[in-house]
Ligand binder design. Structure first.
Ligand code: NAG
Ligand code: NAG
Length: 335
């Protein structure tokens, strides 16, 4: 490379590091940084701000369209505002769908009662712990699994005890989970069965980092399961299970920006795919308005903290062709 070519390349690099910024957003940018305690090196702030501005404008455009009746949900800036799509995907999607075994649908019984209610909310009935935050570890699968097991333990014992995701992250490698690189809820249930217990959150707190040392202590075990049940991949079957069993582990496609910045209303994005990548917990279902056959949703607990979505929850469109693949990998532990 001749010196002049080298210089040109270097100058381009500098030019792209100083993108044009919209100064009318200065106040909001500074507020956002302090809200989410973000600190950037001087040489990376410009590029990061440009990504944030792009997200901010996309959100504003979406909400304007929402006010014109074009969308059924709103979006809002949140902690993920400085991430490009690619960075976000790398950060968040921990459900290893390629490993989710198909055809292992056993022991699922239709509920014994004939009447399925038009709405269910297990959070209201004490089955669900407060929203948790997985941080930057691909451990969604562990949060989905503890959520389902917390619910089944409550059903059995009448006591709601928060369970340890870290226990699953650190210890379920023999069941072929991958710690902070992803895993499956069913493998987590398998671990609890093989291990003969799962520690409480309090005794084995979450660090958002994986340790190769398993620190499980049987004396702090707060849950057990005898195995798990995979639900047939249809929304009707999922509805029956939610109504008759309790909170259910599911996986969805959470890779779209519309999902990342969801705030309120019923989430529906035609671009959402059936290829699932994120483990979450269905804690109920229902409908908005007065007609139980319209505006139906799944009530879903996420693990991205309380400041994400509707206090950590999202309503996903129900009975609209298995939106975001919600019924594709549903299961629950048997206790
Ligand atoms: C579900 O119940 C919780 C707890 O009572 C409540 O805060 C929430 O608004 C309910 N969600 C829906 C969609 O009814
Ligand atoms: C879980 O099951 C094992 C084996 O049956 C038992 O030793 C243990 O006490 C149980 N733990 C809890 C919390 O129920």
């Amino acid at each position: 490379m001749t010196p002049s070519v080298f210089l040109a390349a270097l100058c381009l690099g500098i030019a792209s590091a100083a993108p044009k910024l919209d100064q009318t957003l200065d106040v909001q940018w500074n507020q956002w940084k302090s809200t989410y305690k973000k600190v950037y090196a001087a040489n990376e702030e410009g590029l990061t701000r440009a990504v944030w501005e792009k997200n901010m404008k996309m959100i504003e455009r979406h909400n304007q369209e929402h006010s014109q009746g074009k969308h059924g949900f709103t979006m809002a800036m949140n902690a993920f505002g400085d991430k490009t799509n690619e960075e976000f995907r790398q950060l968040m999607n921990g459900f290893q769908s390629q490993k989710h075994k198909k055809g292992k649908l056993f022991h699922f019984h239709e509920p014994v009662f004939g009447h399925i209610p038009t709405s269910v909310n297990w959070t209201q009935r004490g089955y669900v712990t407060p929203v948790k935050d997985q941080g930057s570890c691909h451990s969604c699968w562990a949060f989905s699994a503890t959520g389902a097991l917390e619910g089944q333990m409550f059903r059995k014992t009448g006591k709601l005890v928060s369970l340890s995701e870290q226990n699953l992250v650190d210890c379920s490698r023999p069941e072929s989970n991958n710690g902070c690189s992803g895993g499956l809820m069913d493998k987590a249930f398998q671990y609890v069965k093989n291990n003969g217990g799962l520690d409480s959150e309090e005794s084995y707190p979450y660090t958002a980092k994986e340790s190769r040392n398993c620190l499980y202590k049987p004396e702090f075990s707060a849950a057990n399961n005898t195995g798990f049940v995979n639900i047939p991949p249809q929304e009707k079957a999922l509805m029956n299970a939610v109504a008759s069993v309790g909170p259910i582990s599911v996986a969805v496609d959470a890779s779209l920006k519309s999902f990342r910045f969801y705030k309120s209303g019923i989430y529906f994005d035609p671009a959402c795919r059936l290829a699932v990548n994120h483990g979450v917990l269905v804690v109920g279902y229902g409908f908005e308005g007065t007609d139980p056959d319209k505006n139906k949703y799944w009530l879903v607990k996420n693990s991205w903290g309380k400041s994400w979505g509707a206090d950590g929850y999202i309503k996903i469109a129900k009975d609209r062709n298995n939106h975001c693949g919600i019924a594709r990998a549903a299961s629950y532990p048997t206790v």
